[in-house]
Design a protein. Structure first.
Length: 292
């Protein structure tokens, strides 16, 4: 029994360096993306993350066009495109009658179409799959350094803006009445969203980059109530999703990126049923009421 567990759960990471690199990369993504996903969920901006994930595609595609599969060029291109869409959508929403959700939808659809067109015209089908679905099993030292750096920036920035960010999630009008930090905090947070989506892009591709950001956050909501609990549970679920996704990819020959997101989806489905805070089964159990 011990040998079976070892062969399935431990040996792939001891025997193959690419599996260890993939595990370290997903761990870095989990530590950075999951807390950002929790705040996106609390701000009711969950679909914004998906929109922004598609928005980075044309910038990454242009970086690919200029320098091929260059980590630096595609990262810079993705950052520029993501920030341009984030700030452009915000500007349009504040200067026209369109709401921000409609503006983001328009921007991300155009970005997705433009990015796929650029890669398709100047690359191969393999290049297009690399951009759309990522190559977590091909992460090198430079990619891991980038992921670790983005995670460090994310955690430090969240620590610095934590209090005003929490207040903005709960009552943005109150924050505006007592401080001018509302706008800077909002844009700093959106910058973190873009940064983590660019990190996820290198490992999981543009179509799945938001997966480790939002699925663990949504699952955590069914297990915890307070903010610290939400963040802790989301990070744990994201880490376990990366681990079990890589195991499933290795043992069953599944594509690694989708396997990781499917593992997060299994955790979400389990949370829907058994989650202590609002899961299906707990809602079926009669709750105690106050008695005179």
């Amino acid at each position: 029994m011990i040998d079976i567990v070892y062969d399935w759960a431990v040996a792939p990471f001891l025997d193959f360096e690419f599996m260890r690199r993939a595990l370290v990369g997903t761990l870095a993504l989990a530590l950075g993306s999951a807390p950002v996903g929790v705040f996106l969920m609390l701000r009711r901006m969950s679909l914004t993350g998906d929109s922004m994930a598609h928005a980075i595609l044309p910038g990454a595609a242009i970086g690919y066009l200029v320098s091929g599969l260059s980590l630096t060029a595609m990262t810079i291109g993705g950052l520029v495109a993501g920030l341009a869409v984030a700030f452009g959508a915000g500007f349009v929403a504040r200067t026209t009658v369109l709401k921000e959700d409609a503006t983001l939808a328009a921007f991300y659809l155009l970005s997705l179409a433009l990015g796929v067109t650029i890669v398709s015209l100047h690359g191969s089908n393999v290049d297009l799959l690399h951009v759309l679905f990522g190559t977590v099993l091909a992460l090198d030292n430079d990619a891991l350094t980038l992921l670790a750096g983005i995670t460090t920036i994310t955690l430090v920035t969240l620590a610095l803006i934590f209090r005003p960010l929490v207040i903005e999630c709960v009552d943005p009008q109150f924050l505006r009445s007592i401080s001018r930090a509302g706008a800077p905090v909002h844009f700093a947070f959106m910058g973190l969203v873009v940064l983590n989506l660019v990190a996820g892009f290198h490992a999981l591709g543009t179509l799945l980059a938001v997966g480790l950001m939002m699925l663990p956050a949504a699952s955590a909501r069914l297990w915890a109530i307070d903010l610290s609990g939400l963040i802790a549970v989301a990070v744990v679920i994201a880490v376990l999703s990366g681990y079990f996704g890589l195991i499933a990819s290795y043992q069953f020959g599944l594509p690694s990126g989708p396997a990781i997101i499917l593992a997060a989806g299994v955790a979400y489905a389990f949370s829907l049923v058994f989650g202590r805070v609002g899961g299906f089964l707990w809602r079926l159990i009669p709750q105690r009421h106050l008695e005179a």
